[in-house]
Design a protein around this ligand. Structure first.
Ligand SMILES: C[S@@+](CC[C@H](N)C(=O)[O-])C[C@H]1O[C@@H](n2cnc3c(N)ncnc32)[C@H](O)[C@@H]1O
Ligand SMILES: [Zn+2]
Length: 275
């Protein structure tokens, strides 16, 4: 089976077939592959807010930070969780710049892995990296995870890391008995960063992740301390967080000149089974 066979037209929901550098449906809707290999499957007729996807700067910041290796344990834990389920089809919903997606593709031999994100900067980055690394089992599509361009019941696993939870769509694309793995900030995640920024530090809110059509079967927490070296990497981490947009200039200035930062990393993995 080829990577294209699970894709559906975002406009009429019919199958897509590959013709040269495009995918086409029987009603003549056509979508072109970008040079880097990703495809834009946003429904042009819908008011997709392209700005909802992460900007080039956000994607750049994330890949710069990931290079420090400080999140490698999150990536490895997530990927081995997925690999233990021996999936044939995986969807990474809100894949960003593909940091977790490509590791999952490397660890899940023979699986087809779809990386979906509203940000074309993210999917472009991910496609380029996978091409350079010789990974051929991934396909990245600019798409809205609330309107996924994939067939009903085609997926064995949906991964959703630090991204909006579109539980109804995840339910639709998962086969019965398939798994949804949600990766979310734990209560103490990045507390060290918050201590630098704010005088009063609040814990992150815990979410139960209960969704219709799913049963929660397991919950694991990964927590460790990490030290980020260099002001550029510290700033990149800050840019990745929701705090970046809600912190005053005065508080932001507290990170200036900081060359090393030690912080808690705490991530919750929720494993849900589709009923
Ligand atoms: C915090 S980032 C996490 C990215 C990646 N999973 C990671 O952990 O590195 C959230 C991502 O969700 C994407 N996103 C937000 N809303 C979306 C939507 N409705 N459809 C697709 N992607 C969306 C953003 O573009 C962004 O790349
Ligand atoms: Zn169509």
């Amino acid at each position: 089976m080829s990577l294209y066979e699970n894709l559906i037209c975002p406009i009429c929901k019919n199958s897509l077939r590959k013709e040269g550098a495009s995918l086409k449906c029987e009603r003549g809707h056509s979508f072109d592959f970008a040079k880097s290999g990703y495809i834009n499957l946003l429904n042009p007729g819908k008011k997709n807010n392209a700005k909802a996807g992460d900007s080039r700067e956000m994607i750049r910041a994330r890949s710069l930070f990931f290079k420090t290796g400080c999140y490698a344990r999150i990536r490895d834990t997530l990927s081995s969780l997925v690999a233990s389920l021996e999936p044939r089809v995986v969807i990474d919903a809100g894949c960003g710049e593909g940091y977790y997606t490509s590791k999952i593709a490397s660890d899940c031999r023979g699986a087809m892995v779809y990386g979906l994100d509203m940000s074309k900067h993210g999917t472009e980055h991910a496609s380029k990296v996978d091409r350079a690394d010789g990974i051929t089992s991934t396909l990245y599509a600019v798409s809205n995870i609330f309107d996924i361009p994939l067939r009903d019941g085609c997926a064995d696993v949906v991964v959703n890391a630090f991204a909006p939870v579109a539980s109804e769509e995840f339910c639709r694309v998962l086969r019965s008995g398939g798994y949804l793995i949600i990766c979310a900030s734990g209560e103490h995640h990045l507390e060290g960063l918050k201590r630098k920024l704010y005088t009063q530090v609040y814990l992150n809110e815990a979410n139960e992740h209960k969704y219709e059509g799913f049963e929660l079967i397991d919950h694991k927490t990964l927590s460790y301390k990490t030290t980020i070296e260099g002001s550029e990497a510290i700033w990149a981490l800050f840019q990745m967080t929701p705090y970046y947009h809600r912190t005053s200039l005065e508080d932001k200035a507290k990170l200036e000149g900081l060359s090393s930062l030690t912080t808690e990393v705490e991530v919750d993995f929720f494993i849900l089974r589709r009923l």
